[in-house]
Design a protein. Structure first.
Length: 276
């Protein structure tokens, strides 16, 4: 399987972001990618809630989703849209942070709404409250692909290992972790977390990321980590994209999943215990 990871530096302009994303999808497809993956919030990275209410669309009218479905069909590829910020019918007016898997016919074959909201205080000057604008999902998602089952997650989910264990025990060979990881937490934790999720599940981890500087409100800019990554089931880093935007292609061997799990069959070795 040849995977193409897109590393993006999106703005708060969905039209501008779509044009850049489509160009990189074409680049990855030209390099032979059979499945292309984009990062979290591919369409719009903004913390300006009034602006988001004006610019974001529900799934059925979202132009980024429509454009990427067309691109998947045009290039004859599978496409994992890491996530889109979408309007919903949530009574509190909150958005969805939703990932999509698109097949080569341009059909949506799976959806996943990010479960774990990024509500953290990274430092005295850097705080995030994702749940103030986005409502959490409640359903884990496992999808069929020609290469094996794929478990869909998003960004902060990576810190909750039981989700990944459940997906792997349900049959996942691939785990997608599209992200907009902050520069601070990324430098400290990104690679460690991705390698841990790969090793403990015996899965390939495919993690496309946002990179660089993003003006998320008129008076606030954040930095994302980049380093889109592919990790093999034994923990080897097969791809580290550094910090430049672009389309990065890597070959992965699905047979490595069986090989790793036969050496360390921890997925089938759960034990019951009592306490604490």
């Amino acid at each position: 399987m040849r995977a193409g990871l897109l590393q993006l530096n999106v703005s708060d302009d969905p039209t501008e972001n779509l044009a850049e994303t489509l160009a990189l999808v074409a680049d990855a497809a030209a390099q032979g990618a059979e499945i292309v993956l984009t990062p979290e919030v591919t369409n719009c990275l903004s913390f300006n809630r009034s602006y988001q209410r004006d610019i974001l669309r529900p799934e059925v009218r979202d132009p980024t989703l429509a454009g990427l479905r067309d691109a998947a069909q045009a290039h004859g590829i599978w496409l994992l849209i890491g996530s889109l910020a979408l309007r919903t019918a949530d009574p509190e007016g909150r958005f969805a942070n939703r990932s999509f898997l698109i097949n080569p016919a341009g059909t949506i074959v799976a959806r996943y709404d990010k479960i774990h909201m990024f509500d953290v205080d990274v430092s005295a000057t850097e705080s995030y409250r994702e749940s103030s604008a986005y409502r959490p999902g409640t359903q884990a998602t496992l999808a069929d692909t020609p290469w094996g089952k794929l478990g869909m997650t998003v960004c902060y989910d990576v810190r909750f290992p039981m989700l990944y264990r459940k997906l792997a025990q349900a049959g996942a060979s691939f785990l997608t972790i599209p992200a907009a990881f902050t520069a601070v937490t990324g430098a400290a934790h990104w690679e460690v977390l991705l390698r841990a999720r790969a090793i403990e599940t015996g899965c390939f981890v495919l993690a496309p990321g946002q990179t660089g500087s993003h003006a998320v409100t008129p008076d606030r800019t954040i930095q994302t980590h980049g380093h889109s990554m592919v990790v093999a089931p034994w923990g080897e880093v097969l791809l580290d994209a550094g910090t430049e935007p672009g389309a990065y292609v890597v070959d992965v061997d699905p047979d490595a999943v069986t090989a790793a799990r036969s050496r360390v069959p921890s997925l089938t070795a759960d034990q019951r215990w009592e306490g604490p």
